[in-house]
Design a protein around this ligand. Structure first.
Ligand code: ZN
Length: 456
């Protein structure tokens, strides 16, 4: 008889009841949960079984970061992301990035836009057992236009081969790239829906693709069995995406009532990704090359997003949780759980709702979705044991020492720090930010964060 693992839980938050229940036991068999219930009614342990004692912990499902760019390298600049590192170096670095995210309690991620095929390669290397890493639902390069993100550089440079975006100048070309990426093994295809030009009189950003183009691309992505995910902060991009029935809209800050209705009709999920906005505000310094305009833009967007996304939520639109890890202000494994705090602070979630969103709702589109989504019999044993009570203080989840243990498919994860803070992790070309905001620096320089208790 194969051994089982019995886990005694001080409190168990299974993600399904919305409550933390005291004195519970989980029984793990293989990579999944075999039994869950009150310790008093627990099956008897056999001689070969092992016991893990989390009786002083808050035990919950592993979190999901639905917006992690593992190939970005904690970038200080756009050039950092696109230009300076070789694809081979990026792949190796991305593995460490993924592991750093896992060590912080996130057992699954979605990577929407990477260099080359780096994210699917890291996914596969993890899945065949070469490395321990989180479960990864991966895209490749994001499709864009000359009006979209990723076409940052002058026309005489264009979108380089090493960019995380890929240029499309016609619908035929976009359909061809969708088919190519599907053949190459992506789980999701990312479309850049925000343009760079704004309509007059505060009409917002003009979408990078037309409604008809968006429909045609999304239909082809779905025909090939892939997820359609989009970047759309602007009203028009969000509206076109929702009408076309994409799976995930990232940001959706300026989504309008028509967009909300279309999202409801087509079961479109919103992933606000507020942690990046919040950190851009919290960590901005006068020495930053982007001072002073950058934090002002971020503050305005946070206000807009807070207003519109709360309306969307009240209307019944579904949400996922994603931090947009990969930039200098959102280094891997450090601020993922700040998204849960942002959901509470800016979107009106209770801490329990924010945890359910990040642990259950956020599994609904993952590769392993049929075996994830709460701690129940038959589900994969992706588990976090927390020292503290995130229901009374959601920021507990941001504290490294509060993440007592992480189990991935029932196997303990090595929580020793990943070397992602090293200065050479990013290529450091020219700056948006003048440094990486790791916890040690923030605690020494930002009294409010230090007082909130996020020790390095
Ligand atoms: Zn993104």
């Amino acid at each position: 008889m194969t051994a089982r693992t019995f886990i005694r839980c001080g409190h168990l938050f299974d993600g399904l009841s919305g409550q933390a229940v005291p004195a519970q036991t989980l029984v793990i068999y293989g990579d999944s949960i075999d039994w869950v219930g009150p310790t008093a009614q627990s099956p008897a342990m056999g001689e070969v079984d092992t016991l893990i004692d989390y009786s002083d912990c808050f035990v919950m499902p592993g979190m999901v970061d639905c917006h992690a760019h593992i190939s970005y390298g904690n970038a200080l600049t756009q050039e950092d992301i696109d230009l300076y590192a070789s694809m081979e170096f990026r792949a190796l670095r991305s593995m460490v990035a993924a592991q750093a995210i896992l060590k912080s309690g996130f057992t699954s991620i979605i990577d929407p836009a990477c260099s080359g095929m780096v994210a699917p390669a890291v996914r596969d290397a993890v899945n065949v057992g070469l490395f321990q890493g989180p479960r990864i639902t991966a895209s490749g390069r994001a499709l864009t236009t000359q009006q979209g993100l990723y076409d940052w550089y002058p026309q005489w440079i264009g979108v380089p081969e090493a960019s995380t975006g890929v240029m499309t100048t016609s619908l035929d070309q976009a359909i061809g790239l969708i088919r190519q990426q599907a053949k190459d093994g992506v789980d999701a295809i990312k479309l850049t829906m925000d343009g760079i030009h704004a309509r007059r009189n505060g009409g917002g950003l003009i979408a990078a693709y037309t409604q008809a183009e968006t429909h045609a691309m999304v239909d082809e992505i779905h025909r090939l069995g892939k997820l359609a995910v989009v970047h759309a902060r602007g009203r028009e991009g969000a509206l076109y995406s929702a009408r076309a029935g994409v799976d995930i809209i990232y940001h959706a800050s300026s989504i309008c009532d028509d967009g909300i209705q279309a999202a409801l009709d087509k079961d479109v999920v919103l992933c606000p990704s507020l942690a990046l906005l919040v950190n851009n505000i919290d960590f901005h310094e006068p020495t930053d090359p982007s001072a002073p305009w950058w934090p002002d833009i971020q503050r305005r967007e946070l206000n807009t997003a807070s207003r519109n996304l709360q309306r969307a939520r009240e209307a019944g639109v579904r949400f996922m949780s994603g931090s947009e890890a990969g930039f200098a202000v959102t280094p891997y494994g450090e601020w993922g759980a700040k998204e849960l705090e942002a959901h509470v602070r800016y979107l009106g979630f209770t801490p329990a709702e924010a945890i359910v969103c990040a642990t259950v709702e956020s599994t609904r589109l993952l590769r392993e979705r049929d075996r994830l989504g709460g701690l129940a019999k038959g589900k994969l044993a992706d588990i976090v044991a927390v020292k503290g009570d995130p229901l009374s203080d959601i920021t507990v989840l941001q504290r490294r020492e509060a993440i007592h243990a992480v189990l991935l498919g029932g196997r303990p994860v090595d929580l020793s720090p990943a070397p992602t803070h090293a200065r050479h992790f990013s290529e450091f070309s020219q700056g948006m930010w003048h440094r990486v905001y790791d916890r040690a620096y923030v605690n020494a320089n930002f009294p409010r964060e230090a007082a909130a208790g996020v020790p390095a």
